[in-house]
Design a protein around this ligand. Structure first.
Ligand SMILES: [Zn+2]
Length: 178
């Protein structure tokens, strides 16, 4: 866990690399980039609720446990870019899979407590949508798949809001309530 001061340092480090939208990362020719998303929705697709599957099996990739090869869940974010002008999210929010290992870690953790799909979905959504949207200053590290050239969310960075941002956010909340 990062301390608040460290969160601000991380923010300073990534700030120069944050693009206003995915279209501008594409235009620069880069296959990696950061954006600060506006989260619209989160979707969980439960593939399996088995916790342990140690059986070794041989696949095209070689020898390994099924756990290592296949994720038991697929998480997808729907989001808009900070500036949607000139980006496809102007018409429709982006829909992208989250590949961050932490999503799978939380999923496994929840499975140890419940197998109820509604409960699993609720807990996942609470962290990856509600908490991320309301409590954190969230950034995506974006990357393109080496073969399919489609954009994916490689990592989700969730920083604590700095004091300045917190004031702005509080101000916005007040305005929203009027
Ligand atoms: Zn966009």
């Amino acid at each position: 866990m990062l301390r608040k001061a460290e969160d601000s340092e991380v923010r300073q480090v990534i700030k120069p690399h944050v693009s206003i939208n995915i279209a501008s990362i594409e235009a620069s020719g880069a296959s990696l980039g950061f954006i600060r998303p506006k989260l619209v929705d989160y979707q969980l697709n439960i593939i399996s609720t088995e916790v342990k599957d140690e059986q070794m099996q041989i696949t095209q990739e070689g020898l390994g446990t099924r756990d290592m090869i296949k994720l038991k869940q697929e998480s997808t974010y729907f989001f808009n870019c900070q500036d949607s002008s000139g980006c496809s999210c102007k018409n429709q929010p982006h829909k992208m899979e989250i590949l961050d290992w932490e999503v799978n870690e939380l999923y496994r953790h929840i499975l140890e407590k419940t197998k109820d799909p509604a409960e699993i979905t609720g807990k996942m959504r609470q962290k990856w949508f509600d908490w991320m949207k309301d409590e954190r200053d969230t950034y995506f590290m974006m990357g393109t798949h080496h073969r399919w050239k489609i954009w994916m969310i490689v990592s989700v960075l969730y920083l604590r809001h700095g004091e300045e941002q917190r004031q702005v956010k509080l101000g916005q909340t007040k305005l929203d309530n009027i």
